[in-house]
Design a protein around this ligand. Structure first.
Ligand SMILES: Nc1ncnc2c1ncn2[C@@H]1O[C@H](COP(=O)(O)OP(=O)(O)OP(=O)(O)O)[C@@H](O)[C@H]1O
Ligand code: SF4
Ligand SMILES: [Mg+2]
Length: 319
C-alpha cells in the first residue's frame, strides 16, 4: 500500500467574488520512505497542493478529490482525526521559521509540545527527547531555553525540522524549507533533512522552485504549471532528459539560488502563466511554448505515459 495516494485533487479559493482555481486535478502517489520533489514557478499551486493534504488551507479554500494516507481518505476524515494525524503521523516544515515558531515560548517548550500531546510520556522523557532531537539537527541541547529571536535563521529552521521529527512521523511535507537562508546554510539544512528522512525511512514531499536542488535531494520530481502536474518521473531523468517544453525551460534555466528574480520567473521564459480564474482551454502552456502547434490551443492535454515510470502532459511527447 502506498503511503500517500492523491487522486484528482482540486482546490478553489473564493476571493472577492472571484474563484481562483489554484489546483486543477492533481494525481500522484508516494511510497513509504520515498521522496518526491515538486517544482514550478510562483503561483503554480505547489503550496496549495501540499497544504491541502493536511487541511492547512484558509477557510476560503474548497478542496475536492481523494487524499489516501496509509489507505485512509483524509479528505473525508473528521477534524479530530486530522489533528491526531498532524505531527504524529505527518508533519510540515514551513518556509518561514520565524512566523511558524511562537516568539514568546522557548524552543524547548515548542519541541516538547507535540511530544507531550501525542505520546503518553512524562515531562522528564519529553525533555530528554527534546535534547536528543536538538542534537540530531546540530543545535546544542543547551539552547532549549532560548527564544526563537535568539537563534540564527539557520538554527530556527533546524528547530523546525526537530519539531517535525519529534513524534516520528511517516511523512514530512517541506514547503521551501530553506528559501529564506543563504546558499551555504541552505545546502547544510537540505543535507541534514535528507539524511534524517533517509535514516528513518520517512516519506517526504519537498517543494522548491529550483529543479537542481530538488533533483539532488529527491527520488522523483513533479513539475507543476497552472495548477496541474505537467511532468513527473525519476529525478535524474527528468532533469537530464526533460520531455515537456516547460520542464526543458526550467531545467535549462540554472536559477541563481536566493535571487528573488529567479524565484519569480525561474524558467527565464517570456510571458506569464495563465489567469487561474475560470476554465483553461487547450494546453495551458501554449501561449509561452516555443514549439506549440495549432491543435495545442483546443486539445485537452492530460498526463500520459512517456516512458518507464514517466508521465508528461504534452502533445509532442509520445509514449
Ligand atoms: N489564500 C488565498 N486566496 C486566494 N488565492 C490564493 C490564496 N493562496 C494562494 N492563492 C492563489 O493560488 C495560486 C497558487 O498559489 P500557491 O501559493 O499554491 O502557489 P505556489 O506554487 O506555492 O507559489 P510560490 O512559489 O510563490 O510559493 C496563485 O494564483 C495564488 O495567487
Ligand atoms: S501540448 Fe503543445 S503547447 Fe503544450 S507544451 Fe506540448 S507542444 Fe507546447
Ligand atoms: Mg508556495
Amino acid at each position: 500500500m502506498s503511503l500517500l495516494d492523491v487522486e484528482d485533487l482540486a482546490v478553489t479559493y473564493q476571493t472577492g467574488g472571484d474563484e481562483v482555481r489554484a489546483v486543477r486535478g492533481v494525481d500522484f502517489n508516494l511510497e513509504p520512505g520515498q521522496t518526491l520533489g515538486i517544482a514550478g514557478e510562483s503561483g503554480s499551486g505547489k503550496s496549495t497542493t501540499v497544504l491541502s493534504l493536511l487541511r492547512l488551507l484558509p477557510a476560503s479554500a474548497s478542496v475536492a478529490g481523494t487524499v489516501r494516507f496509509k489507505g485512509e481518505d483524509l479528505a473525508q476524515a473528521k477534524w479530530s482525526r486530522i489533528r491526531a494525524v498532524r505531527w504524529a503521523e505527518a508533519s510540515v516544515v514551513f518556509q518561514g521559521a520565524m512566523s511558524a515558531l511562537n516568539p514568546v515560548r522557548t524552543i524547548g517548550e515548542q519541541i516538547r509540545e507535540p511530544i507531550l500531546l501525542h505520546e503518553k510520556v512524562g515531562k522528564r522523557e519529553a525533555r530528554a527527547r527534546t535534547a536528543e532531537l536538538l542534537d540530531s539537527v546540530g543545535v546544542s541541547a543547551q539552547r532549549a531555553a532560548a527564544y526563537p529571536h535568539e537563534l540564527s535563521g539557520g538554527q530556527r529552521q533546524r528547530v523546525m525540522i526537530a519539531m517535525a521529527l519529534a513524534c516520528k512521523p511517516e511523512l514530512i511535507i517541506a514547503d521551501e524549507p530553506t528559501t529564506a537562508l543563504d546558499v551555504i546554510v541552505q545546502a547544510q539544512i537540505l543535507g541534514l533533512l535528507t539524511d534524517l528522512v533517509a535514516e528513518s525511512s520517512i516519506g517526504m514531499i519537498m517543494i522548491s522552485h529550483d529543479l537542481s536542488v530538488l533533483s539532488s535531494v529527491c527520488d522523483r520530481l513533479a513539475v507543476m504549471y497552472a495548477g496541474k502536474i505537467i511532468e513527473i518521473g525519476p529525478s535524474k531523468q527528468l532533469i537530464t532528459e526533460p520531455q515537456h517544453p516547460y520542464t526543458k525551460a526550467l531545467a535549462g534555466a540554472f536559477p541563481t539560488i536566493g535571487d528573488p528574480a529567479s524565484r519569480l520567473a525561474p524558467s527565464g521564459l517570456a510571458g506569464d502563466p495563465p489567469d487561474l480564474r475560470g476554465d483553461l482551454v487547450g494546453c495551458p502552456f501554449e501561449p509561452r511554448c516555443p514549439v506549440s502547434m495549432e491543435q495545442c490551443r483546443t486539445t485537452e492535454v492530460t498526463l500520459w505515459p512517456a516512458g518507464p515510470e514517466r508521465e508528461s502532459a504534452c502533445l509532442r511527447v509520445l509514449p
